[in-house]
Design a protein around this ligand. Structure first.
Ligand code: GYE
Length: 331
């Protein structure tokens, strides 16, 4: 009798095993079908800001949160972004999210996405297109406003100085961050006759390129000029500029060169605390949650505002930076 019971239990267990064996893959497939598929095209990994931005996207668009993320990095080439977007269209993703390298040239690829019925959300920098229906929403900072904060600080700091010698290091040309931050400085130059632009160079938002162009410039001048301000369009440019300036004997800090930078990543705030960066204008890279908000609104069928600026961005000078701020800085 005991043997019969044991055999019965074994049979039941075996049947249960077969049942679950068949059921589980099916259930898994069902769960996968529920995932929202996002095709995401990122510029590259040119800066600390960009790395933090990619991290934020990957954190939010995880399987645990209900997403399948197809993430492609374009190594700073727009053609690579085009091919990534075309692959996403072929794969029939639910949404395409693009952090565009520059503003222009997107019309035809966006048209293809539109014809395939896939909404395109633009994050960080903008796209300049004539037909607004090609873009469902934009999530990103107001970079002109960031530039204005730097210009206002310069106006206050140098208001009594008869001549202010400025070097301007631009970011990737035709990118929104370059256009806005450059425009703010241009307006500052026009409004302040005591500001003197010594040189303008392209740093492409990277430390290496900025070190190179700055070194070339300092090598090419007959005698080293007095430099009051180096206006860098992001933190990595500021690191490269400080390195080049110091190697030519300049001192960055009070009484020396005032380096201005945008982003306010942890390492740059450390530079700022040490006085090597005089002003940090914050630009928040953590855009993942805002992009998700847009996608959730779309999923629920509600009306969507076309532009969602990143809410609050601060300005830091050396005295604002505490241990606590550095420890808590998420990027
Ligand atoms: O400031 C820079 C990055 O587009 C706002 O791009 C972004 C800029 C950011 O490489 O560090």
């Amino acid at each position: 009798m005991k043997h019969i019971w044991i055999s019965l239990i074994l049979i039941v267990l075996a049947l249960l095993g077969i049942f679950y064996g068949f059921r589980q893959p099916q259930e898994m497939a069902d769960e996968e079908e529920d995932l929202i598929v996002i095709g995401m095209s990122q510029v590259g990994a040119e800066s600390d800001w960009r790395v933090a931005n990619s991290e934020s996207m990957k954190q939010v668009f995880s399987e645990e949160n209900g997403y399948r993320l197809l993430f492609e990095e374009a190594r700073q080439k727009q053609e690579n972004q085009f091919s990534a977007i075309r692959r996403f269209i072929q794969q029939q993703v639910d949404y395409i999210v693009v952090m565009p390298i520059t503003e222009i040239g997107w019309e035809s690829v966006l048209q293809e996405a539109k014809e395939a019925g896939i909404p395109v959300i633009v994050a960080d920098r903008k796209m300049d297109v004539e037909d607004p229906s090609l873009i469902t929403a934009h999530v990103g900072a107001d970079v002109y406003a960031e530039g204005r904060k730097a210009v206002i600080w310069m106006e206050e700091t140098f208001k009594d100085q008869p001549q202010v010698n400025i070097i301007h290091i631009q970011g990737t040309l035709d990118s929104t961050a370059q256009i806005g931050r450059t425009q703010a400085l241009e307006n500052g130059l026009a409004a302040n006759p005591n500001w003197n632009l010594l040189s303008r160079m392209q740093g492409d938002f990277t430390q290496a390129k900025t070190y190179e162009v700055m070194t070339e410039y300092l090598r090419s001048v007959d005698s080293l000029p007095v430099i009051d301000v180096v206006y860098c369009e992001n933190d990595n440019e500021a690191f490269g500029a400080v390195e080049a300036l110091e190697s030519f004997g300049y001192r960055c800090g009070p009484g020396g060169v005032a380096v201005i930078s945008f982003d306010a990543t942890r390492e740059a705030l450390q530079y700022c605390r040490n006085g090597k960066i005089a002003l940090e204008v914050e630009c928040n890279p953590l855009l993942g949650p805002l992009v998700e908000e847009v996608i959730q609104i779309l999923e629920s069928g509600q009306e969507l505002p076309k532009t969602n600026y990143v809410p609050k961005e601060e300005v830091f000078t050396p005295q604002d930076i505490t241990d606590e701020l550095l420890e808590q800085r998420p990027y």
